[in-house]
Design a binder for this molecule. Structure first.
Ligand code: MG
Length: 443
């Protein structure tokens, strides 16, 4: 086309109102992005998903026909507080807002409560944030990880949960996991849950008159038991499996240092939460005496709890739960912070967690160079039916559905068949261990 032709086409375009309108629309799409999108409605979906769980999801419905997103506000211990925070406080504030502006909504929702980074509001933020990413991905026609920069790995390696009541059983169970394709295996020990190997049985030992009679955690017993377990397991399974162990904050300062030092010869992939969040300054002491990798922060909810540990390179893995820190936006920022310092992510799962949170973690995991490992979680067939597109773990790797957004949906009518009873036993409290004199042990 010569210059004369172009001028004539230009004149024709400007002379024809219909053509001009089309051109304006094209320019607007290229320069202003997609048409406005508002949050028209929202609902809280509670379900026990067959009786085992206390799940709370947020569904955000937009002004675009059929376009909605779902997010997880998982908090098994303050479930009804989260429900009220969503229904009474977040939703009335959120309706009518621009669904495109995830970062702005995250920040304004965070400061909306004035006091911030508390666990309940973080759950609320997480649910909103995941639902907004789900919406954005569906609108773009791509999985969320594509919007975070695309895959940097082919699938997400996970670690399995194993243990044994004695050393032989621990070895047999690790070997079962290895045969099922797991390369990373967490090994817990004894009976009694976290802290196992350190419990004085109920009713035994010298106790205060009329006092606590249940199983009692003893730091010295734990410290003298666990290294021997790993020595035995390692001697039987060889150097190949990557072994992990979770202390669940049961140790105090110098004992945490000493356990880390004693486990050094058995080459753990990581030792998890050897200290409670109130005692994190002790990680400096651990670094001075051994190279046992440290995974930290399952119960952290404030970013400044993690920050000094990362920038001083005092830990090796961050252990936050995505639904406890503010969703994909917060998790991606945490991963980005970790990357230049060589610290890795190991987002927490746990048996009470849900498939929406798992998929939120998956999208960050698969797109971040700072990824280290993902804790496994698996669900019964009913949950796969209730949340179609739910992630699947096969031979140690987590796979998403590859569908746009988070990649999973929720069947609300099926969820409603398994209601969540608001009157939880003991208010739904997390159970803490006690020492022989009846004092509480930090979880
Ligand atoms: Mg843990």
């Amino acid at each position: 086309m010569n210059a004369l032709d172009r001028r004539q086409l230009g004149k024709a375009l400007f002379a024809a109102p219909a053509l001009t309108a089309v051109a304006d629309q094209l320019v607007a799409q290229k320069t202003n992005g997609l048409p406005p999108l508002t949050i028209r409605d929202a609902k809280v979906i509670k379900t026990s998903a067959g009786g085992r769980y206390r799940w709370v999801f947020l569904k955000l419905i937009t002004s675009e026909a059929g376009l909605y997103g779902i997010g997880s506000a998982n908090n098994a211990y303050q479930t009804e507080a989260v429900v009220a925070a969503l229904e009474k406080h977040l939703i009335p504030w959120l309706i009518g807002k621009d669904a495109n502006r995830i970062e702005d909504l995250w920040n304004s929702a965070n400061y909306r409560t004035y006091w911030r980074y508390g666990p309940v509001n973080n759950n609320v933020l997480s649910a909103m944030d995941m639902a907004l990413w789900d919406i954005k991905g569906k609108r773009a026609g791509m999985p969320v990880y594509e919007m975070l920069g695309g895959k940097v790995r082919d699938a997400v390696p996970c670690y399995d949960h194993q243990g044994g009541r004695d050393r032989e059983e621990a070895v047999a169970n690790v070997q079962k996991s290895m045969a099922a394709g797991w390369r990373h295996i967490r090994v817990q020990y004894g009976t009694g849950g976290y802290g196992g190997g350190g419990f004085i049985p109920a009713g035994q030992g010298e106790r205060p008159e009329g006092g606590y009679g249940g199983q009692a955690f003893d730091e010295d017993l734990y410290l003298s038991t666990i290294p021997g377990v790993f020595e035995f397991v390692r001697s039987k399974v060889g150097p190949e499996p990557k072994l992990l162990h979770d202390v669940h904050s049961h140790l105090s300062g110098v004992n945490a240092v000493e356990l880390s030092r004693r486990l050094n010869p058995y080459q753990l992939f990581f030792l998890e939460d050897v200290l409670a969040p109130e005692q994190i300054d002790w990680y400096r002491n651990i670094r001075k005496v051994c190279a046992t990798p440290q995974a930290v922060g399952e119960v952290f909810s404030h970013p400044y709890e993690t920050l000094p540990l990362v920038v001083e390179r005092l830990i090796d893995f961050t252990r936050c739960r995505v639904a406890a820190i503010g969703g994909i936006t917060a998790a991606k920022k945490l991963a980005n912070l970790c990357e230049p310092f060589g610290v890795k992510t190991a987002f927490q799962e746990g048996g009470e967690n849900d498939p929406v949170n798992q998929m939120a973690a998956y999208h960050v995991d698969i797109s971040s160079p700072a990824f280290g490992i993902q804790e496994e979680n698996h669900f019964p067939p009913l949950v796969h039916e209730m949340l179609p597109g739910c992630g699947e773990i096969r031979r140690g790797y987590l796979y998403g559905s590859g569908k746009p957004g988070l990649g999973l949906d929720i069947d609300e009518s099926l969820a409603a068949k398994y209601p969540l009873d608001g009157t939880l036993p003991g208010g739904g409290a997390y159970t803490t261990d006690r020492t022989i004199d009846g004092a509480v042990v930090r979880p």
